[in-house]
Design a binder for this molecule. Structure first.
Ligand SMILES: C[S@@+](CC[C@H](N)C(=O)[O-])C[C@H]1O[C@@H](n2cnc3c(N)ncnc32)[C@H](O)[C@@H]1O
Length: 288
């Protein structure tokens, strides 16, 4: 199992374009007991500046997006509201997209892939109802934003990215943030690999979130999900997935049952493809 093991020397040119706007140390240590106020924008910003040392310009945008997420019912509970408000999305965007970090949109992060939009992240994460202490696996680390959000819900986050230089760049982002005092990101264990096969050594998982699209549920992921566990996964043909919530239950006779529901009631949400590693090279997809 790897925890922050990558060599930062492999950071790529794409990495050089990442944000480096706010290098201040975080003023207060992270506490699971502490949450920013949600009564009004000014109280939120004041608390975040005093406790997290973040830039008010981004906090204004985070609050504005939060209000829309609430109106859309994309954040199902208190824990998800807290996680959204505490996660600095701007740290995971490319510099050229900084002014769009809180847009209702997915954004380019280099390597031909994207950071998912904030509404999709909120709704998908809410669908797996992560509780503190649960072990969560993410397939498709990408920018690292989704795992950062998860690290504000639980202290056991495992994430896999198939594009090795992207996995290394994102590990560098986490290590930089940890160095500045974002100790919550120490909970993120990452590795470059093909996530189709899950993470056997770290399994079983209470929850699994897949952030790339595929036409079936990978058997290894279902196998590595605990009984009573929940997975959220975009399933469907290329560019036209539906996001499924999959609940695995074990019947008294020992057999497993799988219940599926669509978190958007049938709406199509396109995702980048669930690609396939052959040796060291990414070749095609895991499409059946
Ligand atoms: C929508 S993007 C990233 C979203 C990401 N969760 C974030 O917060 O930025 C999906 C990611 O899945 C990755 N991916 C695709 N196939 C994969 C596979 N077989 N194993 C692991 N990651 C994969 C892509 O390279 C891409 O980075």
């Amino acid at each position: 199992m790897r925890r922050r093991t990558f060599l930062l020397g492999t950071a790529t040119l794409a990495g050089a374009a990442l944000t480096s706007h706010a290098q201040a140390a975080v003023p207060q240590p992270y506490s699971w007991e502490a949450s920013p106020p949600t009564g009004n924008r000014e109280a939120f910003i004041k608390w975040m500046v005093e406790n997290r040392g973040e830039d008010p310009n981004f906090l204004v945008q985070r609050w504005a997006r939060y209000e829309v997420l609430i109106a859309n019912k994309d954040l199902a509970n208190e824990a998800n509201r807290r996680a959204f408000l505490l996660t600095p999305r701007e740290e995971f965007a490319l510099r050229q997209n900084l002014n769009r970090a809180y847009d209702h949109a997915f954004l380019d992060i280099g390597f031909g892939v994207t950071i998912s939009g904030p509404h999709v992240v909120g709704r998908m994460t809410s669908a797996i109802d992560v509780k503190r202490g649960e072990k969560v696996l993410e397939i498709g680390t990408g920018s690292g934003y989704q795992s950062a959000y998860l690290a504000n819900l639980t202290d056991q986050v495992f994430t896999i990215e198939i594009i090795k230089p992207l996995a290394e760049r994102t590990r560098g982002v986490y290590d930089g943030l940890i160095g500045r005092g974002y100790s919550e990101f120490k909970s993120v264990t990452s590795k470059p690999a093909d996530g189709y096969y899950g993470w056997e050594e770290a399994a079983p998982f209470d929850k699994i979130i897949v952030t790339c699209g595929i036409d079936h549920i990978p058997p290894a992921l279902l196998q590595q999900l605990k009984a009573g566990g929940i997975m959220v996964i975009p399933v469907g043909p290329p560019g036209a997935q539906r996001i499924l919530r999959v609940v695995k239950e074990q019947a008294p006779d020992g057999n497993f049952t799988i219940a599926r529901s669509d978190i958007y009631n049938g709406r199509v949400v396109p995702f980048v493809p669930f690609t396939k590693l052959e040796g060291e090279a990414i070749k095609g997809t895991h499409r059946k």
